[in-house]
Design a protein around this ligand. Structure first.
Ligand code: CTP
Length: 403
């Protein structure tokens, strides 16, 4: 479930070889639950057929400004007025030039001129065309008018040459679409900090102590908050992709994470600590690789700081974050342990999950959590995707921020 679900998107396709990638964009949008209306220019149809998109979207494809089936309204006005986003991918140099100058000589450019919806374009062309001052001026003019451009990317071009001009990959196009749609989300204007992943505590130059946290929940929290319009800082140890528009702070140890959290919460409305922070670290960091000797090895460990307790102290002084959310990953006495942590760490909300279940917790894409609130209320959620859990936590956090 993302913010693409039930969104009406006009996907405009112009004449470049990257038009084949638009079939993947259309397919991914449909899979994400969007209602996709495809509009193709004449040149686009030289590269890929309307039938491809009709099959992918299960809808008719629009190709002609003047074709008016009996009983239908003028297509450019209907499409322009009934869309949440106009996505043009690929956008050729020619189409960018037309948009920059307000030309409306085909259905797509007419829609672009008529629509109140945000416009996102993914330029694709040969490097020389992209770098030409005319295209650069057109791109700058479009951006100054609030149109979002994603790419072009560097790489191999249709001519075989290497350079900047490739359309960005379909996954990026979708991520950019989510980001543009987020501007009207219910978390617009909110600043949130999320932590993710298991910390790594170095023992020597080649070894560390860590835990089984994958970072999936934290990254899902960051992606969903971004999708809903929040300004997001993600403090993470996980080698997972970071959603477009999210500020990522890469950290390794519990000490790094604590320093990053304390320096990023000053303006935060909410902090969600989804990271699995080590409670102990090796007492000393060996300068050289530890060599084996003897039958066994005892490692002296020292306590790490409790980040949420440090946050509580800072919050007393600054009032930020306005809302603090923790996680309790337990293997026994789930609710008792979680309630104790809620109080000890002075949280507003804690998400308790039983990580001994195979379908909840580390590494998997689903989770089953019980939310415990400061006022004693509890809410047990069914097994759901980590994205759905993340959205639920944001729903409750938003309510706490308002209430
Ligand atoms: N946490 C933290 N700093 C630590 C350890 C944990 O801020 N040094 C945060 C986690 O990010 C999580 C919450 O505290 O949101 C609970 O983490 P958990 O490891 O379950 O709790 P601990 O305090 O480590 O308690 P225990 O070891 O008794 O389970």
């Amino acid at each position: 479930m993302t913010n693409l679900k039930n969104k009406r998107i006009v996907l405009g396709i112009t004449g470049g070889i990257a038009a084949y990638k638009s079939a993947i964009v259309a397919s991914k949008l449909v899979q994400a639950g969007a209602q996709v209306e495809v509009v193709m220019t004449g040149a686009a149809q030289k590269f890929i057929t309307p039938l491809t998109f009709q099959a992918l979207t299960h809808r008719r494809v629009y190709t002609n400004l003047f074709h008016l089936p009996p009983g239908e309204n003028i297509p450019h006005i209907t499409l322009a007025d009934n869309t949440d986003l106009l996505l043009i991918a690929p956008a050729t140099a020619n189409t960018l030039a037309k948009l920059a100058h307000g030309l409306a000589d085909n259905l797509l450019t007419a829609i672009a001129l008529a629509t109140p919806a945000p416009i996102l374009a993914a330029p694709a062309m040969e490097s020389d065309m992209w770098l030409h001052p005319a295209t650069q001026e057109n791109a700058a003019r479009l951006q100054s008018r609030g149109i979002t451009l994603i790419g072009p990317a560097e790489g191999r071009l249709a001519s075989g040459a290497m350079g900047k001009g490739r359309m960005v990959e379909p996954g990026f196009v979708l991520d950019a679409a989510r980001q543009v749609l987020a501007q009207h989300g219910d978390m617009a204007g909110k600043r949130v900090v999320v932590t993710a992943g298991g910390t790594r505590e170095a023992l020597d130059p080649v070894r560390y102590l860590t835990n089984r946290s994958s970072g999936k929940t934290g990254h899902a929290l960051a992606a969903t908050a971004r999708d809903r319009g929040a300004t997001v800082t993600l403090i993470t140890t996980a080698p997972l992709p970071v959603p477009l528009g999210v500020q990522a702070v890469r950290v390794v140890s519990a000490a790094d994470m604590q320093a990053a959290v304390l320096s990023h919460i000053d303006q935060a409305d909410a902090l969600v600590m989804a990271a699995a922070v080590a409670d102990y670290r090796p007492e000393t960091l060996a300068a050289q690789k530890i060599k084996k000797s003897g039958a066994g090895l005892a490692l002296p460990l020292a306590r790490t700081g409790d980040i949420l307790q440090a946050v509580a102290h800072q919050r007393e002084r600054t009032g930020r974050p306005r809302c603090t959310v923790g996680f309790a990953a337990e293997t026994e006495a789930l609710l008792e342990n979680a309630a104790e942590k809620l109080a000890r760490k002075r949280l507003d909300l804690i998400a308790a999950n039983d990580v001994s279940r195979p379908d909840a917790g580390f590494g998997v894409d689903t989770n089953q959590v019980t939310l415990l609130f400061k006022d004693g209320a509890a809410e047990t959620l069914p097994l759901m995707s980590k994205t759905a859990v993340a959205n639920h936590i944001w729903d409750r956090t938003l309510a706490l921020l308002v209430g």
